[in-house]
Design a protein around this ligand. Structure first.
Ligand SMILES: Nc1nc2c(ncn2[C@@H]2O[C@H](COP(=O)(O)OP(=O)(O)OP(=O)(O)O)[C@@H](O)[C@H]2O)c(=O)[nH]1
Length: 242
């Protein structure tokens, strides 16, 4: 592991009990526990994955869902490159709070790639939100929607791979702009267009492309670390992006 490895910092927010800590534990440690242990303030775990043949370290900040911790947690939103807004299928208030969570994150770090996660999809029979209203909210907030079950390990990895890929693309664009000396009018938006983004559905855990718009998330192809990739890392480091 070199100190030039790309690092992507993500924050996971949402009401208490929606499954944020469970999601991070599932992704980073491969475990799930039924016990509910309230997060006090913030917690942190990381995992290394490969995107486009490059090693990327994903740093996941788990934040407390209770408002009483807001002043502590908001300090951790700063500098985040992506965010995950989580609500639970069985908790109406957590769904209603999603807009507010997005606002809180944006107050600290402007617009960053963001995913809305509807967790506990294994409890769909006890759902207190309809599929339509969830999809409408995601469109309105211009966010990708991913339905997950941390318990059944459905789509959890898709959430983080999707965001890591977005962050990686943004870093690559920044690199291209720096190396081509283009810092004028052709500035690319830091927020990709999501309005027509398909939903990643918990009902297609095999991630095959379906007519309903479910998208395919394939593992990145391994490539031998090219000299271009190495140069890119050096430039990114010099730009203070790493
Ligand atoms: N059925 C089901 N239960 C889940 C799922 N994900 C998490 N849980 C349970 O939901 C409860 C709360 O999960 P946590 O991960 O602690 O929730 P949190 O959002 O981190 O909560 P705070 O720390 O209070 O913000 C735990 O009992 C988990 O076992 C899921 O996908 N399905």
């Amino acid at each position: 592991m070199t100190n030039t490895m790309e690092r992507e910092r993500m924050v996971i927010v949402g009401n208490g009990g929606v499954g944020k800590s469970s999601m991070i534990q599932r992704y980073c440690k491969g475990i799930f526990t039924k016990d509910y242990k309230k997060t006090i303030g913030v917690d942190f775990l990381e995992r290394q994955i490969e995107i486009d043949g490059e090693d990327v370290r994903i740093m996941l900040w788990d934040t407390a869902g209770q408002e009483e911790f807001d002043c502590i947690t908001k300090a951790y939103y700063r500098g985040a490159q992506a965010s995950v807004l989580v609500f639970s299928t069985t908790d109406r208030a957590s769904f209603d709070a999603i807009k507010e969570w997005k606002r809180k994150v944006e107050n600290e770090c402007n617009e960053i790639p963001t995913v809305i996660v509807q967790n506990k999809i294994d409890l769909i029979e006890q759902a207190v939100v309809s599929a339509d209203e969830v999809e409408t909210l995601a469109k309105m907030l211009n966010c990708r929607l991913i339905r997950t079950s941390v318990k059944e390990d459905i789509n959890v990895a898709s959430v983080f791979r999707y965001l890591a890929t977005k962050c990686h693309q943004l870093m690559t664009q920044t690199y291209d702009q720096v190396t081509s000396g283009n810092n004028s009018t052709q500035q690319t938006s830091t927020h990709p267009p999501y309005s027509n983004a398909p939903t990643i559905s918990a009902f297609s855990p095999t991630f095959t492309k379906s007519s309903s718009g479910t998208i395919v998330l394939r593992p990145a192809k391994k490539s031998s670390g090219s000299s271009a990739a190495r140069k890119r890392k050096i430039v990114l480091k010099k730009c203070g992006i790493l």
